[in-house]
Design a protein around this ligand. Structure first.
Ligand SMILES: [Zn+2]
Length: 121
């Protein structure tokens, strides 16, 4: 392979790597934005719960978990979405979470550096 071809190949490889990194950074930014939106939704639901509790108090009525079941279920669903988005961000960074202690570690680690549990991700 002559020198011109070598330079050309190297430039293509560098371009590919940069494009891949840029793609990952853009994906991470998008996921972080999604997480921010989810967190605002959770805050709104907490506010709704607070209002319901206050109105019950105001009307001198008892409040039960059933009265706020919808909000609680929505918070559970959104929390799952947040966990998924966080997992995706870690995958983009080639990281995984320890199943025992949730420590963030490199994908290729055989054992968790924090608690010593086997990494079976
Ligand atoms: Zn661990």
């Amino acid at each position: 392979m002559d020198i011109i071809n070598k330079i050309g190949k190297k430039a293509t490889e560098t371009y590919k790597m940069t494009a891949e990194r840029t793609g990952k950074i853009a994906k991470e930014a998008k996921l972080k934005m999604e997480i921010n939106n989810y967190n605002s939704n959770v805050q709104e639901l907490y506010t709704e719960i607070g209002k319901k509790v206050y109105l019950k108090y105001h009307e001198e009525e008892e409040i039960t978990l059933d009265d706020i079941k919808d909000e609680l279920n929505k918070i559970d669903t959104i929390t799952e979405q947040i966990d998924k988005a966080n997992d995706e961000i870690m995958k983009l960074k080639d990281k995984v979470k320890c199943k025992n202690c949730s420590f963030e570690m490199d994908e290729e680690f055989k054992y968790c550096p924090n608690c010593g549990a086997k990494n079976d991700n």
